[in-house]
Design a protein. Structure first.
Length: 370
């Protein structure tokens, strides 16, 4: 049996001693997080693929059964899945992958929290760590953008595959609802968002209540005019209040539509969900800058630089604020850092300034630097 697996891209401090039960060791697990960041950003997927226990992951969503047919199906499914699943491939070249911290949850399970920052925004991955056969393994990952574990995503696909094999006796209404959902997805794929939204009400009520479906509806509603988005957002918030998956999807939307207070509220929801991330000050700084609060914007951009000294965008943003504040000497210092730390040539920066900040070229500080 051949199955086509679609890849999905996919988050405290403790004393430095062995935690005893299960052999967990803070220093060792922390070093794993550091190594994941290093290898992924070096475009090397080998380490994380070896670290991710695919069999333990599959056990989290494949249905247990003594039924001979299901056992046979599971055997074929697991074989196809393990040969096709490639977590590392979904992560490399997606953006800057940063290890944030190790923490222990309420069930005394260890997690590794990562940030993924790319052209499409920020996301967080929360890996669950188990101690298996004398070594540490990743067995699942909670993806903040989707608002669920990766195993939950695959469980849904696995159960749909079972249904397609006629293992379950579906009612006429259930089959009709499944077809409606497939039609809904086709409309989205074709970017026919109005048709997708109208067809969404024919999807089964059970599916309509899921977070995954409601998030999909948010993406659809963002493409439509009128009050649709407001209604969809209110519906989501009623079911999943202050959920970071929605906040992550709305940060850029609110910013682009100049709804800055709503944008900032989303940033705060995400910040709380990940137990604090100074990186989010880049968003706070951008919001303050466009609202005209340059003093606050300067502070936020400096905070990002202090915590992430290799993040070029923060220097660029701080330079722009310095120019607006007429802090010309400080602006020149940023230009010098961009040459010494990031490898820009003076001619490249001059061309950039002429294009973006032509009035700055009239200042005494710039003319002396040039």
């Amino acid at each position: 049996m051949s199955l086509e697996m679609k890849k999905i891209i996919l988050f405290f401090s403790f004393p430095l001693w062995c935690f005893g039960q299960g052999g967990y060791n803070f220093t060792k697990i922390d070093s794993i997080g550091i190594a994941i960041e290093k290898t992924i950003n070096a475009e090397d997927k080998t380490f994380i693929n070896q670290l991710f226990d695919v069999e333990a992951f599959v056990d989290r969503f494949v249905m247990s059964s003594s039924n001979e047919w299901v056992l046979e199906y599971n055997s074929a499914f697991i074989k196809a899945f393990t040969s096709a699943f490639d977590l590392g491939e979904t992560l490399i070249n997606q953006g800057e992958y940063s290890y944030m911290r190790l923490y222990m949850d309420a069930d005394h399970k260890f997690h590794l929290l990562f940030r993924l920052f790319s052209d499409v925004g920020v996301n967080y991955h929360d890996y669950l760590v188990h101690y298996i056969d004398g070594t540490y393994k990743l067995v699942d990952v909670y993806v903040f953008y989707t608002g669920r574990n990766l195993s939950d995503t695959y469980r849904e696909r696995y159960m749909e595959n079972l249904a397609q094999q006629d293992f379950f006796t579906l009612t006429k209404e259930a089959k009709k609802a499944n077809k409606a959902y497939e039609k809904y997805l086709r409309f989205i794929e074709k970017e026919q968002y109005k048709k997708a939204y109208l067809s969404s009400f024919k999807v089964s009520p059970k599916r309509q209540k899921t977070k995954a479906f409601k998030l999909l509806q948010v993406n659809v509603a963002k493409q439509l005019e009128g009050t649709v988005l407001t209604e969809v957002l209110a519906d989501f918030e009623a079911s999943f209040p202050n959920d970071p998956s929605l906040a992550l999807r709305m940060i850029d939307y609110y910013f682009e539509n100049k709804q800055y207070d709503a944008c900032l509220a989303c940033v705060e929801v995400v910040d709380k969900a990940v137990n604090g991330d100074y990186f989010l000050d880049i968003y706070r700084g951008n919001i303050c800058e466009v609202k005209g609060d340059l003093a606050k914007a300067k502070g936020y951009f400096q905070s990002v630089i202090d915590n992430f000294p290799n993040f070029l965008e923060a220097y660029d943003s701080l330079f722009g604020v310095y120019v607006k504040l007429k802090n010309n000497e400080e602006a020149i210092q940023i230009l010098n850092i961009m040459m010494t730390h990031f490898g820009y040539t003076k001619s490249q920066l001059i061309a950039y300034i002429l294009d973006q900040y032509p009035n700055f070229t009239q200042t005494t500080a710039y003319q002396a630097w040039q």
